[in-house]
Design a protein around this ligand. Structure first.
Ligand code: SF4
Length: 262
């Protein structure tokens, strides 16, 4: 768990960083990921998030200053080190979080630089701040992996603390621009396993016409210790992971909507 790593950065520098993107706050880099987009990925994990998902397994990424301050040039240099290998392995670079678009200037400038290297780019996002990104900037992102928490606004609020009109709007925009998407859905018994809600998410995803695959992510308790160490109330302490049967049922709902789900 990482906390307070950017604590010494003065407020004025943080504000300037958010405005220009010259500086970003990153939790870490991971090399060799096979689950954050096509092929083998280099993943940069940003800090800061506006949601408070009950099932979040990285609550230490909620706070911007928990991340390490990294200049844009340093981040570009880090990707450059792996660029040839990523291209050779048909992989790429993924920006995840936290929520990467909390640092939208840093994210968009980093994506533009990575695209110029000829490396495939992907973002893992909750979509809430997507209106901060122009259509041109979106074209530097080859794949949007959207974590859909719910379709109905009340359920979205229950899961994340915020409503989802902006997320829905973003999905419509991706469809209009014909930008490729993957859709992710975290399956939590008693919280997100209502078949009607899942069917609504799946039907909505299918209606967009740009969702290449849907991934059901079974809830797990691996992030529990972080909630405890951060002293945040963790409502899912008694919640089990979904059963294989529950996972298969969820996958079949997404498949019934016409999505390539796993
Ligand atoms: S959007 Fe992601 S990082 Fe933010 S609270 Fe939800 S699960 Fe955690």
């Amino acid at each position: 768990m990482r906390v307070h790593l950017g604590e010494d950065v003065p407020d004025t520098d943080v504000r300037a960083a958010l405005k220009t993107g010259d500086l970003g706050f990153l939790h870490s880099f991971t090399t060799g990921s096979a689950v954050d987009g096509p092929g083998i990925r280099l993943v940069a994990w940003t800090t800061a998030c506006m949601f408070r998902c009950q099932y979040c397994h990285n609550p230490d990424t909620w706070t911007l200053r928990n991340g390490i301050p990294v200049t844009l040039d340093q981040a570009i240099g880090e990707v450059q080190k792996y660029a040839n290998g990523l291209i050779a392995m048909h992989g790429g670079f993924t920006l995840s979080g936290g929520e990467p678009l909390m640092q939208d200037r840093f994210a968009t400038r980093l994506f533009a630089a990575v695209k110029r290297m000829g490396v495939h780019t992907a973002i893992e996002t909750n979509g809430f701040y997507a209106d901060r990104v122009t259509d041109d900037e979106l074209r530097d992102i080859d794949l949007v992996i959207l974590d859909m928490k719910a379709l109905t606004p009340d359920q979205h609020q229950r899961v994340t603390g915020l409503r989802n009109e902006e997320v829905i709007k973003f999905c419509g925009r991706l469809a209009m621009l014909k930008r490729p998407m993957w859709l992710r859905y975290v399956l939590v018994p008693g919280l997100t396993d209502d078949p009607d809600e899942m069917a609504a998410v799946a039907d909505f995803g299918a209606s967009l016409g740009v969702v290449e695959r849907a991934e059901i992510l079974p809830f797990h308790q691996m992030g529990r210790y972080k909630w405890e160490r951060l002293g945040i109330e963790y409502k899912l302490a008694q919640t089990n992971s979904p059963t294989n049967e529950g996972i298969e049922k969820a996958i079949s709902i997404f498949r019934s909507a016409g999505l390539d789900a796993a």
